[in-house]
Design a protein. Structure first.
Length: 135
């Protein structure tokens, strides 16, 4: 049956059995993406601060400060959260977006602001799973 053969009412509408159910896209994944990007920027910034603090401490002769490792991890977590935020806004790669939320939680950026944003983002991503597509 082609589209022209579907029976219409006099006013041009179709019967209910030919109706197509549509779900408008919500703003939930986009909001989660913005939160992830903010958490990623916070983690990236904190990692940069840790690396600078490590360099300053080693320049003045203080040995034993290993903030460079924490700074490197925070930068990696920040990059993962930034990429996950971009994926959340584009509504692709649901699993990677969840992993990015976990990275944002693990970053512990700026007095737990990053983990709070990551926790809210993971709730929003989990609620809007149907809106994501793989690819």
């Amino acid at each position: 049956m082609t589209v022209t053969e579907i029976p219409q009412y006099a006013d041009g509408t179709y019967r209910d059995e030919y109706a197509i159910e549509s779900h408008p896209a919500s703003a939930t994944p986009s909001f989660a993406g913005v939160l992830l990007i903010l958490a990623g920027l916070a983690a990236f910034g904190q990692g940069a601060v840790y690396l600078v603090a490590q360099e300053v401490a080693s320049d003045v002769g203080y040995i034993g400060v290993d903030l460079g490792c924490c700074g490197g991890l925070d930068i990696l977590f920040g990059i993962a959260a930034l990429v996950g935020g971009i994926f959340a806004i584009g509504r692709v790669h649901y699993v990677f977006t969840l992993l990015a939320c976990i990275c944002a939680i693990l970053s512990l950026a700026f007095l737990f602001v990053g983990p709070l944003l990551g926790f809210i983002a993971i709730l929003l991503v989990a609620v809007s799973k149907e809106e994501f597509r793989e690819g």
